[in-house]
Design a protein around this ligand. Sequence first.
Ligand code: NAD
Ligand code: LMR
Length: 338
Amino acid sequence: NPSNFQMGENSMLEQAECRAKGGAPGFKVAILGAAGGIGQSLAMLMKMNPLVSVLHLYDVVNAHGVTADISHMDTGAVVRGFLGQPQLEDALVGMDLVVIPAGVPRKPGMTRDDLFKINAGIVRTLCEGIAKCCPNAIVNLISNPVNSTVPIAAEVFKKAGTYDPKRLLGVTMLDVVRANTFVAEVLGLDPREVSVPVVGGHAGVTILPLLSQVKPPCSFTSEECEYLTKRIQDGGTEVVQAKAGAGSATLSMAYAAVKFADACLRGLRGDANIVECAFVASQVTELPFFATRVRLGRTGAEEIFQLGPMNEYERAGLVEAKKELIASIEKGASFISK
Ligand code: NAD
Ligand code: LMR
């Protein structure tokens, strides 16, 4: 066997890839926007995930720098970097899961919808690549405004003839992560013991925590309900304001994205009862997309759960959420169809 220094970079990668494949089932994961605030931490955490055998890091800037850095971590996944549009297709071929945190973040005073102008086009281009190169991959879409970018992705896939609603998931996990944290604080519990369903969408009033369904079962005063609902809905803005122009949530988002991606991979592996909240094509309400608890399996979101019993406060919140959500969904869908 040639020693490492005599071996070309490619054959070393191939050997490492074979080693990575030798053990437990490994999945191929691509991160699009991997050099960004979310992307870098997400790439690091995915490199630590034993379910990942190959990790492709794509960005329009600094992809090779991030790749060189992360590739030195002594974990199983083989890491490869891809820079710029000409390398997008190579980044995507053969992927099982594609996670998309590409796009611009908010600054103070902006809504997520203010990002539409730039991020809609970015998401369209990336999804065209997915339709062409890995049409069967599960897609985790993080880029904002999620309430519109998911319908954009759906329309791109429909146009390409590759759309499978089960495989397209808008990531709302950060809302759940925040809800678990804030509710645990109020209850004086360990956040790891708390589970809060958050439904609707991912912007302002469309973020609807179902505090009446918190596990372990508990009750809140109406003041606590108001405080918690508002804090969960405004969690993103809280971070945007604290960062004061330097972007939005990146570290907690990378944590949430990996938690969600890991659930998708366990579903793909065939684990039973993997249930998380996500923004998906849905018939739970009259809207074409809605975030609810979904069961993740070998083919993506295999089961979509109903909203369950809601109290009056939550039912009123649902009416408000749907009003805003339908406009954002239509805006996304018409970006592609017109
Ligand atoms: P960032 O600016 O730090 O990183 C974005 C990255 O995307 C950059 O590296 C940039 O080069 C890359 N990029 C831009 N155009 C691209 C293209 N065409 N192809 C590939 N990569 C491209 O931003 P961030 O803080 O990482 O946030 C990224 C996105 O995630 C924003 O839209 C933000 O609003 C969103 N976000 C969503 C959630 C959520 O809960 N879903 C949470 C936080 C942030
Ligand atoms: C969040 O919820 O933190 C993200 O959607 C980013 C933002 O703009 O608030």
